[in-house]
Design a protein around this ligand. Structure first.
Ligand SMILES: Cc1cc2nc3c(=O)[nH]c(=O)nc-3n(C[C@H](O)[C@H](O)[C@H](O)COP(=O)(O)OP(=O)(O)OC[C@H]3O[C@@H](n4cnc5c(N)ncnc54)[C@H](O)[C@@H]3O)c2cc1C
Length: 462
């Protein structure tokens, strides 16, 4: 590997090529921590599109696998190499290039951290809604590559709804631009959408044009304590069916609220069967109207309590706790496996029942918490202590959850993507004909199969 490090050192500065084992080790993981992966042979930290292009050209010539990486906050193992090679760490390409207030668009490099982008546009009265709860670390490039969602998906949609154009470095080093700053286009195939959610398997995203909207001036938070998980799910279905659209509508199990109470001030009582954390936003009139409609509807369904949070600090503490739910879980558990099942929203009561049944049948603890408003209540396998026996039972539970979720008309991943975590189940959802079509698309972009091989399909999409 001496030759590799020497060659890469001629493309980038030597200090932006990492080859020491203790540096490489950090790149064998994402936020999942539990897969066996291979070490990369080298990590590069490019500053420019030209450097990305030259690394890709070199990798293509020598048929070396390249795995793009943002912050490594993914929950499917997608940014971790499975066949060694080069990891392309995009965090240094972190410039916000343009915020065009008249066009309501922005242009950024792929390594910009989402929360920094939020703060920057919000200071200007603009709004970029997608809000994966890893926003303090995750990058916009990673968000595009996973088509990331978040609580605001229920009203504002997910990352895919805001990507207008991309600069992409293809596996052979060619740089292309798809889409642009304009809000619509009908010229040939939609490469922008194809790249969005492609998990680094088709090319490296270096720049992104994003759509912005006006920042809603007011928000209000409502907390509903429900008798049971089923009742919480029924209330969500009813809110959606009646056409009121909250800006966030999160489901939280009792255990989740127990943990979140270390941040919520004052803490919630933990005697309810499940909770809903709701935000409405817009103008004052709209917020007042939506708050009244939603609280009346909830009360009709007779939960334990419906509370409108008037104090802004208290409301902020709920949402901060919600963002920190996964890290809080990780402080208690040796392993947490977050599933990403998403069902049509009228099926949420059935889904919640199904998850409890799978937990009881397999003896595996499964918590629930997530973006119920868009049908995405992450069933989460909780392992206080790992063991081979629990691992085996967990695999059975995961397969059951996914199979039954599909029977409810759902999808095995609403926002985290497939990576290596769910590759063995992709055929359950897509079927062979669609997978073959996708493999042909992969081959058209990446005939040598060097772009993040070993992801999405068990054999790596060759
Ligand atoms: C606490 C916590 C909360 C989370 N909450 C949410 C949530 O609410 N919603 C949600 O959708 N996800 C959530 N996630 C998952 C994760 O944060 C998202 O998937 C995020 O989009 C990953 O961004 P990243 O920069 O960390 O990408 P990485 O994890 O580094 O990479 C993810 C994928 O994108 C590819 N990639 C990264 N950058 C590029 C690039 N420039 N060009 C091409 N491919 C690239 C990688 O190869 C990989 O396939 C959460 C994770 C954590 C740890």
């Amino acid at each position: 590997m001496k030759g590799l490090s020497r060659d890469l050192g001629q493309i980038l500065d030597r200090n932006r090529v990492l080859t020491d084992p203790e540096d490489l080790l950090a790149y064998t993981n994402d936020a999942t921590h539990y897969f066996k992966r291979s070490m990369p042979d080298a990590v590069v930290l490019p500053n420019t599109t030209e450097e990305v292009s030259r690394v890709m050209e070199y990798a293509s010539k020598h048929r070396i696998p390249v795995t793009p990486r943002g912050a490594g906050s993914g929950l499917s193992g997608a940014c971790t190499p499975v066949h060694g090679g080069i990891v392309m760490d995009m965090k240094r390409m972190n410039r916000i290039l343009e915020i065009d207030e008249r066009n309501m668009t922005a242009a950024v490099e792929a390594g910009v951290v989402l929360s920094r982008f939020h703060r920057t546009v919000e200071k200007m009265g603009l709004f970029y809604p997608p809000d994966p709860q890893s926003m303090s670390v995750c990058t916009l490039g990673g968000n595009v590559a996973t088509r990331a969602g978040g609580p605001r998906g229920v009203k504002y949609g997910t990352t895919g709804n805001y990507v207008l154009g991309l600069e992409i470095v293809l596996p052979d080093g060619t740089v292309i631009n798809s889409g642009g700053k304009f809000v619509k286009q009908t010229v040939g195939y939609d490469i922008t959408r194809l790249m969005t959610g492609s998990e680094g398997t088709l090319g490296v995203i270096t720049r992104i044009n994003l759509r912005l909207i006006a920042l809603p001036p007011e928000q209000k938070t409502i907390v509903v304590s429900c008798e049971s998980p089923e009742q919480a799910a029924e209330i969500v279905s009813e809110i959606i069916a009646r056409g009121t659209v909250p800006s966030m509508l999160e489901y939280l199990g009792q255990a989740a609220v127990g943990l979140m109470n270390s941040i919520i001030s004052p803490p919630l009582t933990v005697d309810a069967g499940a909770y809903l954390l709701i935000e409405v936003d817009g103008t004052r009139t709209q917020v007042d109207y939506d708050t009244e409609v939603i609280t009346n509807l909830c009360r009709e369904m007779q939960p334990r309590a419906v509370r409108v949070i008037e104090d802004e600090k208290e409301a902020a503490s709920y949402w901060k706790a919600r963002s920190n739910l996964y890290p809080l879980l990780m402080t208690l558990m040796e392993r947490v496996i977050t599933e990403d099942l998403t069902v049509p929203r009228n099926m949420l009561p059935q889904m919640v029942r199904m998850v409890q049944e799978v937990s009881a049948a397999t003896g595996v603890g499964i918590g629930m918490g997530g973006h119920a408003g868009d049908g995405n209540i992450h069933p989460t396998i909780l392992q206080f202590q790992t063991s081979p026996e629990l691992d085996e039972k967990s695999q059975i539970a995961i397969a059951e959850l996914l199979k039954k979720g599909l029977e409810l008309g759902g999808t095995i991943s609403g926002e985290h993507g497939i990576g290596i975590h769910k590759s063995e189940y992709v055929a359950w959802e897509l079927g062979e004909a669609q997978i073959e079509l996708m493999k042909r698309i992969k081959k058209a972009f990446d005939p040598l199969n060097i772009m993040n091989p070993g992801k999405i399909w068990p054999e790596g999409g060759e």
